[in-house]
Design a protein around this ligand. Structure first.
Ligand SMILES: *Cc1c(COP(=O)(O)O)cnc(C)c1O
Ligand SMILES: [Zn+2]
Length: 445
């Protein structure tokens, strides 16, 4: 396996390549990077992954991320050598991704109006820091450790900082967190404090916080762990891996995500591209990205709501001018992303081009839902005895909308990703106090 992994620019006209130790998150022309592997993994690994579910006391088998380590082997280690694994792979004692798999939720199916047999919802909030971010943080911090970084840096709408803080504390390295002041859920901010991260409050929104954090990382020897980092994307591939494994590698018709910075969309697309190329799946599930109506950059551009042009990856020739003009338009009109679902309150999704590539490969769709629809989606998940946050409610609300619009057919199999656990205590309290809300159970006195 030696020397099999490298980094490559996603722009096919540019295509610059870098050794795996490279820490720049972009090529020198400013394009995003992919982690690539030269070798094609054997389909026999499916059995190996399955067997590792009986962990035999190895945290790298317990981990829902590292169980698939042969498909994320950018450290280029002997994946069966557990000593080598412990030397290189960063893990929260095997807890990342361990509890996440698709579940049936009959009340959600009923609300969506789909047969209970056709709907799977996968709670990624059951990760140790409470969101899917732990899947990608395990791999990003592994790379940080591989290159000897002393400090990891991120901007965050909340969950990235909770995850980065937890991993940094566990590894004994420093962590700087840039947050949009006053715009993150107290339950997430408190985690970052508790794990000993250095909080830097930015007077602006997430997009501005990201810009500052990238500058800081570059100028002060920090290692960026936002999803613009291609190693984050590698770990998050295990979200669809776990879903597919659970479905015996029979691809569903749809995989549905809330859309923020589009790291998840990008990593699901990359996972599906790889699995299809290797012949592990015969059918390509379609990805649906659900934006909030108040932060709808991808949906607007993809659906031709700006300058009447439907933005596409276009085989690596996207109209990036259209994206710049859209951002200029947001700035000029003073339009700021606005939704109570702060995890997806993002106007400039850093991974938009990888997101478009994922949508093109999977014949995907993008749409929007309102805050009130997300709250209903979140609440009906709660009534099934599962816990998710408002942004995750976008997956449920989005599936409902796409079924209603006839885009998802009722006989199709759908996997919705519930990205995070509830950390904003007052959201459900306020929801249930108002008897006008669909699932409200108001308190009695
Ligand atoms: C980060 C986050 C998102 C957005 O995911 P992207 O990969 O940035 O699109 C959605 N939901 C929750 C709960 C999150 O923490
Ligand atoms: Zn490039």
């Amino acid at each position: 396996m030696q020397g099999d992994a490298y980094l490559k620019c996603i722009d096919p006209q540019c295509g610059l390549e870098y050794p795996i130790e490279n820490t720049n998150v972009q090529c020198e022309k400013g394009h995003l990077l992919d982690v690539k592997y030269k070798n094609k993994p054997s389909p026999k690994l499916k059995e190996v992954f399955y067997k590792r579910r009986d962990s035999e006391n190895s945290i790298f088998n317990e981990s829902g991320v590292w169980r698939f380590r042969d498909l994320l082997n950018f450290c280029q280690i002997d994946t069966e050598n557990l000593e080598e694994c412990s030397k290189y792979l960063v893990s929260l004692d095997g807890a990342e991704g361990r509890q996440s798999k698709p579940y049936r939720m009959s009340k959600a199916a009923n609300f969506i109006d789909i047969s209970n047999d056709n709907l799977w919802l996968q709670p990624e909030g059951y990760n140790p820091s409470g969101s899917f971010k732990d899947n990608g943080m395990a791999t990003a911090v592994t790379h940080a450790k591989m290159i000897g970084a002393k400090k990891i840096v991120c901007a965050s709408t909340g969950n990235t900082s909770a995850s980065a803080g937890m991993f940094a504390a566990n590894e004994g390295i420093n962590c700087d967190v840039y947050i949009p002041a006053g715009q993150i859920a107290p339950g997430k901010l408190s985690q970052a404090y508790q794990f000993g991260a250095q909080i830097i409050e930015v007077d602006g929104n997430f997009d501005e916080a990201l810009k500052q954090s990238l500058d800081d990382a570059q100028n002060h020897d920090g290692y960026t762990v936002n999803s613009i980092n291609p190693f984050r994307i590698e770990g998050q591939k295990t979200i669809p891996f776990r879903a597919l494994e659970y479905l015996n590698w029979e691809a569903p018709d749809w995989i549905v995500y809330p859309g923020g910075a589009l790291g998840n969309t990008s990593s699901c697309g990359k996972a599906l591209m790889e699995l299809y190329e290797w012949g592990w799946i015969k059918k390509i599930p379609r990805i649906a990205v659900i934006n909030s109506e108040g932060a709808s950059t991808l949906s607007d551009l993809y659906n031709g709501k700006f300058e009447n042009e439907e933005l596409r990856w276009n085989k690596g020739n996207p109209n990036t001018g259209l994206i710049s003009r859209y951002y200029d338009h947001l700035d000029k009109e003073g339009l700021r992303p606005k939704t109570k679902a702060t995890a997806i309150q993002i106007g400039r999704p850093a991974n938009i081009l990888k997101g478009l590539r994922a949508l093109e490969f999977t014949n995907g769709v993008a749409t929007t839902v309102t805050d009130s629809e997300m709250l209903d989606g979140m609440s009906v998940v709660g009534l099934n005895g599962f816990d998710c946050e408002m942004a995750s409610g976008a997956s449920v609300a989005g599936i409902k909308k796409l079924i209603n619009d006839g885009i998802i057919k009722k006989d199709e199999v759908v996997v919705g990703i519930l990205t995070g656990r509830q950390k904003d205590a007052m959201i459900p309290v306020d929801y249930h106090k108002n008897p006008e809300n669909k699932f409200a159970i108001p308190p009695k006195n």
